[in-house]
Design a protein around this ligand. Sequence first.
Ligand code: PEP
Ligand code: MN
Length: 339
Amino acid sequence: MIVEMRSGATQKEINGVSQRAKSLGMDVQMNLGTDKTVVAILGSNTGKLSTDVFAILPGVVSVTRIMKPYKLSSREFHNQSSVVTIKGVEIGENKPIAVMAGPCAVESEAQLKKAADIVKNAGARILRGGAFKPRTSPFSFQGLKEKGLELLDRVRKEYSMPVISEVTDTQEVDIMAKYCDILQVGSRNMQNFVLLSAVGKTKCPVVLKRGFSCTVTEWLTAADYILAEGNNQVILCERGIRTFEDTTRFSLDISSIPVLKRASHLPVIVDPSHAAGHFALVPALAKAAVAAGADGLLIEVHPNPKEALVDGLQSLTPSDFARLMKELKPIATAVGRSV
Ligand code: PEP
Ligand code: MN
């Protein structure tokens, strides 16, 4: 951590910073410039310290972090890229691109079975479907809840496909872990730290979506909550962030893929559907994600998007999804992967 003192800071103010650092078990290195003094705070644990500890002291102008606030998700801590395996499906670097696809929400047994059939035949290896739906309006369809989980359980057995579904509350964690193969923590819950710790206590793989107003640093720090509980099966999912642009639902941050690959050992997947908000944009974003190094995709597909109870506009039809799966192949090959 670097503490910049004001020009003309008194020796008493400089000593104040030094004493505070030492009282916290840190070492200090003084850098005396012509105008001002800069104090470097040294120690392996500075990532745990709040910058406020020094910012509040008299004579301090700014405090800059050098150590990242996240640790367990970082490549410095774990250099080798992690691979998460779900019932034989491996997700991670140099593995085939894992495609998770299905409806936004489980609506009925017939709808889920049709969706499973379509996405499996087209080459998806994991089925998605929300049973608990966090909706912006309390008057919108909230999902089939426990009934939806039972359907996911039935269909995953019938089609031998692992399923991913969103967990919205700590009270649902146990039942979700029983009926699903991957727990999805949604964008709106990325910083629900109690929920993160609760999914961290399970043995279930977790897909942690990016909060749509959160930085990559905040996202990786959130991942540390899950990892700190002993669950190391964490997959990050970029799903778009809120910007001034309003021609898409969210702006898909393609740069976060190579940024995460450098900063973290965790697998990275991309959800082009919630970013795009429109079916016509989804294929291009999915291809861009694979080209940029994503390890997998999470795509909304509905047997009949016109009839969908949730997110029909951004859901691919069966034929559009089958076409996209074919179009992804040469892109995956170009980056040394397969689909
Ligand atoms: C979803 O995947 O159905 C969903 C609600 O996504 P997000 O949390 O990214 O909005
Ligand atoms: Mn959706």
